[in-house]
Design a protein around this ligand. Structure first.
Ligand SMILES: Nc1ncnc2c1ncn2[C@@H]1O[C@H](COP(=O)(O)OP(=O)(O)OP(=O)(O)O)[C@@H](O)[C@H]1O
Length: 683
């Protein structure tokens, strides 16, 4: 296929849905193989994911079989240090991959940012990161998957967790036995054996991790040179530099081991984890992480807030349904009469008619809610048990780090509730909230109740709330201490009840029965029967609190059809799972046990899209050259370098002479580095 063959350019088409499921949000950028987009998974609660579109040309159906098979196997791999491979499919001329989205971007960007700001990463952070990467590599190598293109642009950050992207993609895209395919365009991370055409193996990935370690410390590449050849020469012949002096000798030794020229003598991932300095840090990480995890899950304010929010919504549900019921009870006898007939001698108001209309619906929702709550309770109990067991079994270390600025876990679990703009370790009265907290005076009282419930804390230092008015507020708040963590899970489903329906005991909805009282008589709120006075307001009220006609799901916690509003729960849960998984990885590594090995297949298989992927790479690199140099300069430099690399006479020229020759076209010959890369790739 000729170079630059036109593939349909879809990079600008963002508002589109792929596979009837992935809605493109925006373009993230283009790489060697294709373009990455941020997308929403409409079938998974609009979770943000990354779509990678790789042009593969017009393929015959059987040509895609291997790729799809490989992709399916890759999607089974799961490790907190690997960007999760979710899905793949062919769409027109594109092979599409759906992966996890890492909101922290890539390490290359992070390093650039630090460089610009004159900052550096501290040793502890670097050690944390490198251990994460090594554990991820160990996991994949134990399943016989090589990366082949490890570089800072393929390392992603998600809540300070380091994740390796594109692991195994080479299996699909590249013909792995072919040198040009292995040459990804970036020479900086390539090992001597690869440059010497001695073949890629698992140790070549370790070399790349060593190069990444150097870059984290010095914010520069380990092997630098004006031209591609100079870099390659240094990699093969020269000793690696030392890490900057601010880093320990121990870390420098680890780095040197990883950059041992002879792959036989270079440590494997497992061997790196056994280097005493690394092992010691892993043990420390485990201890600190466990402690932080423990305290977080015992007293996690975010978790508590979420639970409070759920409880508040249950409360709303309860008081509303009680109100509906009591009103309906009053009117039950009138059902046999005409709607227009009176209750207690009065005609039914529009509001009462509305109540009637909503009655069945409300009851149905109550049932669904009770069911959903019970499912959530079971899930919460399971999760708690799991966390508890994990604490008991481990002494995992608080794993601090992350740009040297904070505690990873702390950040990892901080999911802010946009409704809460202040830390809430205080007691709030309704008046407090009305007067100082919310600018928006137009909020209705129910919202205020909810916020009060969420904010309520029994901080011993807080001023007590006395007086009749505040007593009323007190009744509206939750007398539930977050300092002594109590959660939904601590209440057996059997203890839940809600005075609703013919048989109240059958309607398990909230564990707050004994803890929360909505005292209608003394309430300062004016919707004493729970329903606003006018039908319009009532309608708004219903809609606001989840009784909208069109609404068909009640979603609490984790269910299959979660809605947008549940994103927060989802993220929090998935992050907690990742922490948990990472703790297990550390444990396994410390136990010298790499876990059960699900071997995917031999990595020597040729990539299904080899020729197409190579062609795309060349095309993209050529476009990049033109972007950097301009078309005219590129053409001249390309012709000059091609002849310098190919003709015998020119070959005798030293690198220095070649660079000088380039000065005829460009001010800075090192700008032509990428042209050299392109030529190398083309060869
Ligand atoms: N999982 C992800 N989460 C967040 N951003 C991502 C993710 N994958 C890719 N990106 C971003 O999308 C852009 C393009 O990424 P892509 O992987 O296609 O190319 P690249 O890494 O820049 O180059 P290469 O093809 O050489 O790996 C980059 O800015 C990258 O940071």
């Amino acid at each position: 296929m000729p170079l630059g063959r036109a593939t349909k350019d879809r990079t600008t088409k963002e508002a589109r849905v792929l596979a009837n499921r992935y809605e493109v949000v925006k373009k993230l950028g283009s790489g060697n193989f294709g373009t990455a987009f941020l997308c929403k998974d409409t079938k998974c609660n609009n979770e943000l994911k990354v779509l990678k579109e790789i042009p593969v040309g017009d393929l015959q159906p059987d040509e895609t079989v291997d790729a799809m098979h490989e992709a399916r196997l890759l999607s089974k791999l799961d490790h907190p240090g690997i960007v999760k491979f979710h899905d793949s499919f062919i769409d027109s001329e594109y092979f599409c991959i759906i992966t996890e989205y890492c909101e922290g971007g890539d390490l290359d960007h992070k390093i650039e940012e630090f460089k610009k700001q004159g900052k550096s990463f501290d040793e502890k952070t670097i050690l944390n990161w490198i251990i994460q990467l090594i554990l991820a590599v160990q996991y994949m190598h134990s399943r016989r998957v090589l990366h082949r293109d490890l570089k800072t642009r393929n390392i992603f950050i998600r809540k300070n967790l380091m994740k390796i992207g594109d692991f195994g993609i080479s299996r699909i895209l590249m013909n792995t036995s072919d040198m040009a395919s292995t040459f990804t365009g970036t020479p900086y991370y390539m090992s001597p054996e690869v440059l010497k055409h001695e073949g890629y193996n698992s140790k070549s990935d370790i070399w790349s991790i060593g190069c990444i370690l150097y870059e984290m410390c010095s914010l520069e590449h380990a092997f630098m040179g004006q031209g591609l050849m100079a870099v390659m020469y240094k990699i093969v012949e020269k000793d690696p530099p030392n890490l900057p002096e601010k880093y320990s000798k121990d870390l420098n030794d680890v780095f040197k081991k990883m950059l041992t020229k002879d792959p036989e003598k270079r440590p494997s991932a497992t061997e790196v984890t056994k280097i005493p300095f690394i092992e010691k840090h892993m043990t420390k990480m485990k201890e600190t992480l466990t402690e932080e995890y423990k305290s977080k899950h015992n007293m996690n304010p975010d978790l508590a807030e979420r639970e409070a929010s759920e409880l508040a919504s249950l409360l709303r549900e309860k008081s509303h349904l009680e109100d509906v019921r009591s009103t309906l009870d009053r009117s039950t006898d009138s059902n046999s009469r005409s709607e227009a007939e009176d209750i207690d001698g009065k005609k039914l108001t529009a509001r009462e008619k509305l109540l009637q209309k909503k009655r069945l619906e409300a009851d149905k929702k109550a049932h669904e809610l009770a069911k959903a709550t019970q499912i959530q309770l079971v899930e919460n109990t399971k999760r708690r048990e799991k966390i508890k067991t994990s604490f008991e079994q481990t002494t995992l270390p608080a794993w601090k780090g992350g740009y040297g600025e904070g505690e990873i876990l702390k950040e990892a679990l901080t999911v802010k509730d946009p409704r809460l703009d202040k830390p809430s370790k205080y007691k709030y009265s309704l008046e407090d909230i009305k007067s100082e907290d919310f600018d928006d005076n137009s909020q209705d009282e129910e919202t205020i109740i909810q916020r009060t419930v969420i904010r309520k804390r029994t901080d011993p230092k807080s001023k007590s709330i006395g007086g009749s008015k505040t007593e009323r507020s007190e009744r509206l708040t939750r007398t539930h201490s977050y300092d002594t963590p109590r959660t939904l899970t601590e209440h057996s489903p059997n203890t839940l009840s809600l005075t609703l329906g013919a048989n109240p005991k059958d309607r398990a909805i909230t564990p707050m029965k004994d803890l929360m009282v909505y005292d209608r008589e003394h309430s300062s709120l004016d919707f004493k029967d729970g329903i606003p006075d006018t039908p319009d307001l009532a309608e708004t009220y219903y809609e606001q609190f989840g009784f909208d006609d069109d609404e068909d799901d009640i979603v609490i916690g984790k269910t299959d059809n979660r809605r947008d509003s549940d994103d927060r729960t989802l993220t929090e849960e998935s992050l907690a799972k990742e922490e948990d998984d990472f703790i297990k990885c550390l444990e396994q590594a410390l136990d010298n046990n790499s876990g059960e090995s699900t071997i995917v297949s031999d990595d020597s298989v040729s990539g299904a899209f080899g020729p197409h992927a190579k062609e795309t790479k060349i095309k993209n690199m050529r476009a990049e050259c033109i972007k950097i140099l301009g078309e005219d300069v590129f053409n001249k430099a390309y012709t000059y370098l091609k002849s310098a690399r190919n003709s015998k006479k020119q070959k005798e020229k030293s690198e220095k002479e070649i660079m000088e020759g380039l000065r005829k076209f460009v001010k800075n010959p090192s700008d032509c580095f990428i042209v050299d890369q392109l030529l190398f790739l083309e060869e």
